[in-house]
Design a protein around this ligand. Structure first.
Ligand code: BGC
Length: 372
């Protein structure tokens, strides 16, 4: 974890997020992925946007953000969400239908990153550009670009926040902690966790942190479907099994805000003192908790900027220009190749920098100010 990403982070929010992330060792080059450069996207073309189920607020916001940015850029939008109960087949069918309607670009936030090989192969056969958005699409060459926040860096920031919060709120340590990861069908979940473990593992090894349950492997700590009830149940079970006899729980690595609130619900129901809990997404339900000190941190990934980055890429391609991409970040390896990426910078938020960090977003800024 390089300190420079933490220092002065409040000041950089919107502007920094627009730049290519400096986090990877990424050489930036011009060039596209597999074969998109020959595709043409005239103004007025249909752009399909296939989003996963609304498992967190960022996905809810994404639909409108895409509609607005696509229409403003002079294209037509077809935005669809996967069904909650039937997410993989419904998303596959939605992508097929976008292609049948003649979409020149499909932007995909994968419901399950490893289940779209057939659909993106069809897209490429039809001459469409395939953009993986926020979540990578796995085990296929048929992805042209990946547009996302730097997910490994999200994990690094979460872990650094956990360490900072423990030091600030729980004295000198060693500290008892538990670890949570996201859903294993989302390619991001492992990358967030790897980023976090790059910071936490040395602290576990040197005894600063003790994972009392012993559960430190990704497969052991995942939260199926990113569902709050699954995280709440696992936290409750961890408490029963490891913290019932007065062992203190100091902190929990939570991969996002929805799960952070579920974890805090479980510790509260068990009557435990408030642990230091991390998060991600800057959800409106979490900001008051952060300002009150109940949830320690979140990450700001501005959904409008992320959608706009994808549409700016489409606009560039429609003009025949070559976008600048990060081509050698191994975290963007989808199992077939490293997908050329537009990477945005995530911003760590605690109550200390919230008002500043949310300056470009009136709703979030007001929540921070009102709950200060
Ligand atoms: C997104 C996170 C979100 C999670 C659950 C991930 O792919 O990057 O921002 O919290 O999905 O919806």
């Amino acid at each position: 974890m390089q300190k420079k990403y933490i220092v002065g982070i409040a000041a950089v929010a919107a502007a920094a997020a627009l730049t290519l992330s400096g986090c990877s060792t990424g050489r930036t080059t011009s060039g596209s992925g597999d074969s998109s450069s020959s595709s043409s996207v005239p103004k007025g073309s249909l752009i399909g946007v296939a989003l996963p189920a609304k498992t967190s607020q960022n996905w809810v916001l994404a639909g409108q953000a895409f509609k607005d940015s696509i229409e403003k850029a002079g294209f037509k939008a077809d935005v669809q969400y996967a069904d909650d109960s039937n997410k993989v087949p419904s998303q596959q069918a939605e992508i097929n239908s976008m292609l049948t309607k003649g979409a020149k670009v499909v932007i995909i936030g994968a419901a399950d990153g490893s289940q779209l090989g057939t659909q993106v192969a069809t897209a490429k056969k039809d001459g469409a550009i395939v953009i993986a958005w926020d979540r990578n699409i796995l085990k296929t060459k048929n992805v042209d670009y990946y547009v996302a926040f730097n997910n490994f860096h999200v994990g690094e920031l979460q872990a650094q926040a956990l360490l900072d919060g423990l030091k600030k709120e729980k004295g000198s340590g060693p500290y008892n902690v538990e670890l949570f990861a996201g859903s294993p069908d989302d390619a991001n979940a492992k990358v967030f966790f790897d980023g976090a473990m790059s910071v936490l593992k040395p602290k576990i090894d040197d005894g600063t942190l003790k994972v009392v349950s012993g559960q430190t492997d990704f497969q052991k700590v995942v939260t199926q479907g990113w569902l709050a009830q699954n995280a709440q149940k696992r936290m409750t079970d961890l408490i029963t099994g490891n913290y019932a006899k007065g062992t203190k729980l100091d902190g929990v690595l939570s991969p996002n805000d929805t799960l952070a609130r579920a974890i805090l619900q479980a510790t509260k129901s068990a009557g435990l003192p408030n642990p230091v809990v991390t998060g991600q997404d800057s959800e409106t339900d979490s900001i008051p908790l952060i300002m009150k000190g109940t949830q320690y941190s979140t990450i700001y990934k501005d959904t409008n900027l992320e959608a706009q980055a994808a549409i700016d890429l489409v606009t560039k391609l429609s003009k025949g220009e070559k976008p600048k991409t990060v081509d050698n970040d191994k975290n963007n390896d989808n199992g077939s190749f490293i997908v050329p990426a537009i990477e945005l910078n995530p911003v760590l938020v605690t109550k200390d920098n919230a008002v500043e960090a949310y300056k470009n977003n009136a709703t979030l800024e007001k929540l921070a100010v009102d709950n200060k």
